[in-house]
Unconditional design. Structure first.
Length: 268
């Protein structure tokens, strides 16, 4: 059974942690993982298609690739106890129009409504780094709060996050991309996210949440966790004001110490 595969177990453990931290209320948030055929084949007959589901857009660049994806309307808190209902494992059809369901969504469900943003982001990140296999969308509380009280531009948001925590520039030297509020679950926000995620592994949806990309679940979870910690520090100090932040000289010292290539145009 596919639920016994390590990549599925790691997936549901990560979802449980995200729920525990309060990032994924109700059915909020979604995750998609690009899976090698060799990792799934020992657990599943890959020739047996349960049903097909229209993707609603052209994903031909991902034809023949396999994905493990959270389902629409599914709660992260339920994934550990019932992964076969809450998750789906599918192959993108050769014409890029269909998800060929091979396992999961046993109650007749389907992929997250954010599938355009996920698959378009996979295409974009693979064009930048072929090792990037995870797209993770979630609603961290402090990050959301910060988008209501901070200037929502890529440059301003990145600079503040770098200034709030010594670890920030080390973990995400590529900074963060910030998108204005848009209606979710549409091709439009999917295309905007995919374009932004070429430049940084973190994309912030103003007044909604965050998209993270990377090579594995731990990397992406840790990336979002670090962004959220910086946002938390900002929100904790916002009511009383900040006497200290990391200066540009401090940031340059970190760049030198860790041999980083930080996003241009942020440090004066």
């Amino acid at each position: 059974m596919l639920k016994n595969a390590k990549f599925v177990q790691d997936f549901v453990d990560t979802a449980a942690n995200m729920y525990r931290l309060g990032w994924d209320e109700r059915n909020g948030g979604n995750i998609s993982m690009l899976v090698d055929e060799a990792d799934a084949a020992p657990y599943l007959d890959l020739k047996k298609v349960i049903r097909t589901i229209p993707l609603g857009f052209d994903a031909k660049a991902l034809a023949g690739k396999y994905f493990l994806v959270t389902g629409t309307g599914k709660y992260f808190k339920n994934m550990q106890k019932d992964p076969e209902t809450n998750l789906g494992f599918f192959r993108v059809s050769e014409d890029g129009q269909l998800a060929e369901l091979l396992w999961g969504w046993s109650d007749g469900g389907r992929f997250t409504s954010e599938i355009p943003a996920h698959l378009m982001s996979h295409m974009a990140r693979l064009s930048v780094d072929p090792e990037n296999r995870i797209i993770m969308h979630t609603h961290p509380t402090n990050l959301l709060a910060m988008t209501y009280v901070h200037e929502c531009t890529t440059e301003a948001f990145t600079k503040t996050l770098w200034q709030m925590n010594t670890e920030s520039i080390v973990v995400f030297p590529d900074g963060v991309e910030v998108l204005p509020w848009m209606v979710c679950g549409t091709d439009e926000i999917g295309m905007a996210t995919a374009e932004a995620i070429k430049n940084a592994r973190v994309v912030i949806w103003t007044m909604h949440g965050i998209y993270g990309a990377g090579k594995d679940l731990d990397e992406v979870f840790g990336l979002i966790e670090t962004v959220e910690k910086a946002c938390q520090l900002y929100m904790m100090t916002q009511p009383i004001g900040r006497i200290h932040v990391l200066s540009d000289d401090d940031l340059r010292a970190l760049v030198k110490r860790f041999d980083l290539s930080p996003r241009k145009g942020i440090i004066d």
